[in-house]
Design a protein around this ligand. Structure first.
Ligand code: FE2
Length: 374
């Protein structure tokens, strides 16, 4: 069964206070073209750039924003860079989940003293807009957490980036903030990473699901959701479980060549409009069969949205005792079956969509079968 636990640490006990997600940095094969995709299809706006023109000889980065969602798309300009190696191994994927803090030095000290592997010691950067301090630690696979302290900074992103005044492509769709970011880890590794987030980062268990919650005939996985002290940052961690055929998590691990970010859930306050626009702008979403909608009313009771609209767009619904939520998942946004997105609207519910797992995973399995990976 899914178990709901309410983390309520006292503020004094929170040794790693987080103000939210600062940004997500993707390492990609061609950042200029990826930026076009996220602007045209997801409605992000290009706000800042760094590259050779701003003094970075080995990379180019595009900063995209919509609401509080900020993506950085970074590509290598030379084959011997760690960015090129990351893309060679993983394909396009998430390198850094950057967290917004008041004190990046303290965040680094607190986490490394509890066993985190340092990737970058606290470093101060400055330009005419002020100072930023960043530091980084290793997380699962080649994914890292970067702590960003920007209290004394007024620039467009970070020192070294220049403001981009006009984006002629962006078609905003109403994305507000990141609801959660999910990591896939290897066989029997979920609890090690749950321990990492508990001990090293002070997170607590928010919900967990076992194979009985998340399994179909073929595709099984287990998941635990870790949340930070104020609940602004939530990281579900998935591991594959034994089923009759290959778990969707195993397919991810094969193609990503190890653990990494599986999906990023983006919140909206009007999912009908958001998803409708994204579909018109070319985003591919997973679909569920008509039978899902004939059974929906009995399962979730009365909801505000017209059922036929939900079915037309393929939006899923789940309910818990606090309310309900609407969600939909994109297909992977690169050729490898790895990273995808979720669009979510919460109406009271804190669910991650347990009631949809079966319908959803059957949809994923249909796609896995088409790829010859089931
Ligand atoms: Fe999710």
């Amino acid at each position: 069964m899914a178990t709901l636990t309410q983390p309520q640490p006292t503020p004094a006990a929170d040794f790693l206070p987080l103000k939210g997600t600062d940004h997500v940095e993707f390492y990609v094969g061609n950042a200029r073209q990826s930026a076009y995709f996220y602007c045209a299809a997801f409605g992000m706006t290009l706000v800042a750039y760094s590259g050779p023109e701003t003094g970075h000889r080995d990379r180019a980065s595009y900063v995209l924003q919509q609401g509080k969602v900020r993506f950085v798309l970074t590509t290598a300009l030379r084959p011997d860079s760690e960015i090129a190696q990351h893309v060679h191994k993983h394909g396009d994927g998430v390198r850094a989940i950057a967290l917004w803090v008041d004190d990046a030095r303290q965040a680094w000290r607190e986490t490394t003293s509890r066993g985190a592997r340092s990737i970058q010691e606290p470093t101060e950067l400055s330009d005419e807009h002020g100072q930023v301090v960043t530091s980084s630690i290793a997380a699962y696979g080649d994914t890292i957490h970067t702590f960003v302290e920007r209290t004394h900074y007024t620039g467009p992103f970070l020192p070294g980036f220049r403001h981009v005044a006009h984006d002629h492509v962006a078609r905003p769709v109403g994305l507000l903030h990141i609801d959660h970011m999910v990591g896939n880890v290897g066989w029997n590794s979920m609890n090690d990473w749950v321990d990492f987030y508990a001990k090293v980062m002070g997170f607590s268990l928010y919900q967990h699901f076992d194979e009985k919650d998340i399994s179909t005939e073929y595709s099984a996985l287990m998941s635990k959701v870790m949340a930070n002290g104020n609940g602004y940052v939530k990281f579900p961690i998935n591991e594959p479980a034994q089923g009759r055929r290959k778990s969707q998590i195993e397919e991810y691990l094969d193609f990503y060549q190890g653990p990494g970010v599986q999906h990023i859930a983006l919140a909206t306050s009007d999912i009908l409009t958001t998803v409708s626009k994204m579909q018109q702008q070319g985003v591919d979403f997973l679909t569920v069969p008509h039978s899902y909608y004939t059974e929906l009313q009995d399962r979730v009771g009365k909801i505000d949205e017209p059922l036929e609209e939900l079915e037309r767009l393929g939006i899923l619904v789940d309910r818990d005792d606090e309310g309900y939520m609407l969600q939909i998942f994109t297909r992977p946004v690169e050729d490898r079956p790895t990273v995808f997105f979720e669009i979510i609207q919460r109406k009271g519910s804190r669910s991650f969509g347990k009631g949809n797992f079966k319908a959803l995973f059957e949809a994923i399995e249909r796609e896995q079968a088409l790829r010859g990976n089931l």
